[in-house]
Design a protein around this ligand. Structure first.
Ligand SMILES: NC(=O)C1=CN([C@@H]2O[C@H](COP(=O)(O)OP(=O)(O)OC[C@H]3O[C@@H](n4cnc5c(N)ncnc54)[C@H](OP(=O)(O)O)[C@@H]3O)[C@@H](O)[C@H]2O)[C@H](O)CC1
Ligand SMILES: [K+]
Length: 511
């Protein structure tokens, strides 16, 4: 699903109005109808709705939603903030339509008025500002937003289109905005929804269709996209009936050190569950028995280093044309000087895309010149701290995203940045956001599982870009299925591995 800028949303609006027999007032009615249905479906009987409206079209959505809720027999009141007399035309039309109904249901809030008393069954709806926000909130609107936020533990707060005050395409880090539990937005995602700094502001996001013109939606190029099932279906390739293990590649996983062989085990298990044809795990001496006994389908190569691997570059032939389709390196590897030297030599020998994670990223962070030597189109999987070590700190999430995308383009790499919506930056400047996964996955070893999954998918012949998208998506879905079966709290990295299979079945089942 595409992420549109506020300008693109406005253009989609205008295109739809121009190319279909629909007026802007009718489009607002569709938006309000969707919001009404969502609110009734979610909260239903026994609740009263209190809708705070601004002077623009977001306020218009709120006014129309108030009227529609009443038509469905619900108690609903609109509080129209009188901070200006510059109401939009569709806002005025909806004021008039609401005045035609119950007289007491449209209340003008003046700057000197106290914040209204709300009953215990209240649901607060925020329809103050949407994409038209042009400056920080002040005066009556700022006071109202502060009041609303102070009530967030008492009443659910539902924002229409955007939590008021939030900018759709830029960082709002230090701005006052509504802090919603749910945000009901229309047709497409906005960048603000996927930024970690906005998590407490947007809550859960629900995208509601309002009939914007398909041609505009499909033909408009966007820099950002949210991965959805449609994209996963286009990527996923079912296995061929006449295939054999050679068809699905041979992966070499270089991982583990004394006390961290578990990281190699988890990565190896995930790589096998991803569907790799053959797997060789390269570990220091102390890992040999563990790998052989816990991951029987994998072969094992042993380093002379004893507690930390220091010669793994020799596992690939000097010309890099060895038997391994894919090399993944990093989980639990350690960062000693000899390990770092071996990593440098590996980069000189192996020229196909690799999967680079954890300690291998830390080595890159310490020896930045090595970034130039990483094979083009390799997959890097840092969490925010590892990212910062490699590319420096950022003032806000949008700045970090720019940095991510610039690095992916500069070094021709696929770099992801882990988070609630993991961002995947491509060498072409695109950024994909992943929407699967949950807080139960914030647990040791979860990243090692992702590394193994990516290696297993890449070895099967998927392109690096498709590997990133499919791997991150499967990893999150496995976590979601695992959490549904055993709770977020009890989910472990091994639990994520167990649900890689069911996650694949969801793709195949929905196809
Ligand atoms: N295609 C769609 O998605 C549809 C969206 N709809 C809804 O329309 C809004 C956008 O409506 P718009 O009128 O463009 O903008 P807003 O309602 O968000 O606000 C505009 C008014 O607010 C004033 N403004 C801006 N910032 C402030 C501020 N800090 N304090 C006070 N007033 C402010 C602005 O005044 P200016 O002086 O800047 O001109 C405007 O008066 C979208 O979000 C959806 O909810 C349609 O209903 C259906 C299609
Ligand atoms: K709003």
């Amino acid at each position: 699903m595409k992420i549109f800028t506020a300008d693109q949303v406005r253009a989609a609006d205008a295109y739809t109005i121009e190319h279909t027999p629909i007026t802007s007032l009718r489009l607002m009615e569709k938006a309000a109808t969707q919001c009404t249905q969502w609110l009734i479906g979610r909260y239903g009987a026994g609740h009263s709705f209190h809708i705070f409206c601004g002077a623009g079209n977001n306020g218009g959505d709120g006014l129309a939603t108030t009227r529609l809720l009443q038509q469905h027999g619900f108690e609903a009141k609109a509080y129209l903030l009188h901070y200006t007399d510059k109401f939009s035309a569709d806002n005025r039309a909806n004021q008039a339509a609401l005045r035609g109904g119950e007289a007491a249901s449209l209340i003008m809030l003046q700057p000197e008025d106290a914040f209204p008393e709300l009953p215990t069954n209240a649901i607060i709806v925020d329809a103050l500002f949407g994409t038209g926000i042009s400056r920080p909130l002040e005066g009556l609107v700022a006071q109202t937003v502060q009041h609303i936020n102070a009530l967030q533990d008492q009443y659910p707060i539902i924002a229409i289109d955007l939590p008021s005050g939030l900018k759709a395409d830029e960082s709002s880090k230090d701005l006052l905005t509504v802090e919603a539990r749910h945000t009901l937005s229309f047709e497409v995602y906005k960048l603000a929804f996927v930024l970690p700094e906005n998590a407490a502001r947007v809550g859960e996001v629900h995208i509601l269709p309002i009939g914007l013109h398909r041609d505009y939606l499909t033909q408009t190029p966007t820099r950002y996209q949210v991965v959805d099932m449609e994209m996963i279906h286009r990527i996923y390739k079912p296995r061929l009936p006449f295939s054999h293990k050679g068809t699905y590649g041979h992966a070499l996983l270089i991982a583990g050190s004394y006390g961290k062989i578990g990281a190699a085990v988890l990565s190896a298990q995930a790589c096998l569950h991803a569907g790799v044809g053959l797997l060789t795990v390269y570990v220091p001496e102390c890992g040999y028995n563990i790998i052989q006994s816990t991951v029987p389908p994998a072969m094992c190569l042993v380093d002379d280093g004893g507690q930390q691997s220091v010669q793994f570059h020799e596992a690939v032939t000097a010309d890099g044309q060895g038997k391994y389709k894919t090399v993944a390196i990093g989980p639990g590897l350690g960062t000693s000087g000899d390990t770092a030297k071996a990593f440098e030599k590996l980069l000189q020998r192996y020229h196909d895309p690799m999967v680079i994670d954890a300690d291998a990223l830390n080595i890159l962070g310490a020896e930045r010149y090595l970034l130039e030597q990483v094979p083009k189109h390799s997959l890097l999987t840092p969490h925010p701290k590892e990212f910062e070590r490699m590319f420096g700190p950022s003032g806000n999430d949008v700045e970090r995203l720019e940095k991510l995308s610039a690095a992916a383009q500069q070094y021709s790499l696929y770099i992801l940045l882990k988070g609630r919506y993991t961002a995947i930056a491509t060498p072409e400047g695109q950024v994909y956001f992943n929407n699967t996964g949950n807080a139960g996955m914030a647990t040791g070893g979860s990243g090692d599982v992702l590394t193994g999954l990516l290696a297993g998918i890449l070895a099967q012949g998927y392109s690096p870009e498709h590997t990133m998208i499919l791997g991150v998506w499967l990893h999150g879905l496995a976590g979601d299925l695992g959490a549904a079966a055993m709770s977020q709290e009890a989910l472990t990295a091994s639990g994520i591995v167990r649900f890689i299979g069911p996650a694949y079945l969801e793709i195949a089942g929905a196809k």
